[in-house]
Design a protein around this ligand. Structure first.
Ligand code: CTP
Length: 421
């Protein structure tokens, strides 16, 4: 079958000139797949297969273009050249022909090659037909077993491309699910990260839970946890769309922060064990950073408090102190833990959090963003008391009294604590 060559693949669009590639050389992988699909990529990520001297070729190109050079795998002879707006990987062909190399890859849609010299598309595994059917089909079960990260790649690529997983492939993934533990945890984390970052990933996380692939990391994850993920997507959309009282800049702020960071944190909080201490262990095993772990456990601890009615200013003050920047994720989690009817009906439940959100978004709010009227050192000197945790407690009382409107100047603050000590 003759497959037309998409114009986006042409060497004119590469960050280097074709003359630096030996003959033959092939472009493979995601760039070919996406070009055939007509998907534009923000950042060019090209993969080349070269029968011999791949690392040497990469080094020469890096030198010529003063680009970065990284030897990714000395044994398998894979090197990366990093240009300002693109990355190109050069890999030695696996086996004695391009066809053998393509047969060692993960999915048929990723096993299509392009020969820039002959302008041919080479597709021995009928990946093009699978692209047309919008499905991920494994090259073979052995290939998935040989590199079990491919199990996670299936869900991630299905989510990103809007594809399905071909049924036999999905059955094989289910059979091989336990092999996922052979993969370095951080590589699994990266794939999970993609799936958590957008609503398209949500049904695929649910699939991966059902197939038993990510339950090795989130032992407590159930179909119900996955329903919560969908609720987080809805809650986040609600928060970013319906927040019309906010000025345009603040709307933008909420939209950006919810999308980029807090969506993923709130979703992780749905997948981990509800006990923050167990959650911490699960996240450590997946090599999440301390900041991410803290964010998830804080949101888990605090979100029930957001549902309290008639919180005193004191309670609100402590809530904001504990939440810090995790406040947005905490709101998303609280919203998504409401009954589905409440979330669907939207504004009603969102409006319950409106006073707290307004405080958070106002940098001058004395409850959410308390600034000290006096310093600890001033208290020690003026009251002639020793340095101790009491000083911190007094500073807290000053901040709360200020938020309550009882005091507003440093002199009033000192007079206020004199009565306390
Ligand atoms: N575990 C892996 C990783 C990669 N590949 C092969 O190497 C190519 C390039 O890998 P990579 O750049 O990681 O992924 P892409 O498929 O290009 O796509 P994406 O950028 O969306 O991950 C893949 O297309 C696939 O042919 C593979 O077979 N198994």
């Amino acid at each position: 079958m003759h497959i037309p060559v998409p114009s986006t693949l042409a060497p004119e669009n590469w960050p280097f000139s074709l003359e630096y590639l030996p003959q033959p050389a092939y472009m493979v992988g995601g760039a070919v797949r996406d070009a055939i699909l007509g998907r534009s990529r923000e950042y060019l990520d090209l993969d080349f297969v070269i029968p011999s001297d791949a690392v040497k070729v990469a080094r020469a190109i890096a030198r010529r273009y003063q680009a970065g050079f990284v030897l990714l795998d000395a044994e398998r002879k894979i090197a990366r050249v990093v240009f300002p707006n693109a990355t190109a990987d050069f890999a030695q062909q696996e086996g004695d022909s391009l066809t053998t190399d393509l047969h060692r890859r993960d999915f048929t849609i990723n096993a299509i090659a392009y020969n820039p010299y002959t302008q041919e598309i080479i597709d021995p595994l009928q990946g093009y037909a699978d692209l047309e059917q919008r499905q991920l089909r494994m090259v073979s079960p052995i290939n998935l077993a040989n590199d079990p990260l491919r199990l996670m790649r299936a869900y991630r690529q299905a989510a990103q491309l809007g594809f399905t997983i071909e049924p036999t492939t999905q059955t094989t993934i289910r059979t091989l699910a336990s092999h996922i533990t052979e993969v370095a945890a951080e590589r699994v984390r990266v794939e999970i990260g993609y799936l958590l970052a957008s609503p398209q990933g949500t049904p695929w996380i649910a699939s991966a839970v059902k197939d038993g692939v990510i339950t090795h990391f989130f032992r407590n994850a159930t179909p119900e946890s996955c329903q919560k993920l969908a609720a987080v997507d809805k809650a986040a959309a609600l928060l970013t769309k319906n927040w019309s009282q906010l000025g345009i800049e603040l709307q933008q702020y909420v939209r950006d922060t919810v999308k980029t960071t807090w969506l993923g944190i709130a979703k992780l909080a749905c997948l981990v064990h509800p006990n923050p201490e167990v959650a911490e262990i699960e996240l450590q095993e997946l090599t999440y950073s301390r900041a991410e772990i803290r964010a998830v456990t804080t949101a888990l601890k605090l979100f029930p408090r957001l549902n309290l009615t008639n919180m005193s200013l004191r309670e609100q003050y402590f809530l904001f102190q504990e939440a810090g920047i995790v406040f947005v994720a905490t709101v998303v989690l609280a919203l998504s833990n409401n009954t589905p009817v409440e979330v669907m009906s939207g504004n009603k439940s969102l409006s319950a959090y409106a006073p707290l959100i307004s405080r958070y978004l106002n940098p001058d709010d004395l409850v959410a963003h308390a600034t000290p009227l006096v310093s600890g050192k001033e208290l020690i000197i003026t009251l002639n008391i020793p340095a101790s945790p009491v000083v911190g407690e007094l500073l807290t009382e000053i901040a709360i009294a200020r938020a309550e409107g009882k005091i507003s100047t440093p002199a009033e603050a000192i007079a206020f604590v004199r009565k306390l000590v």
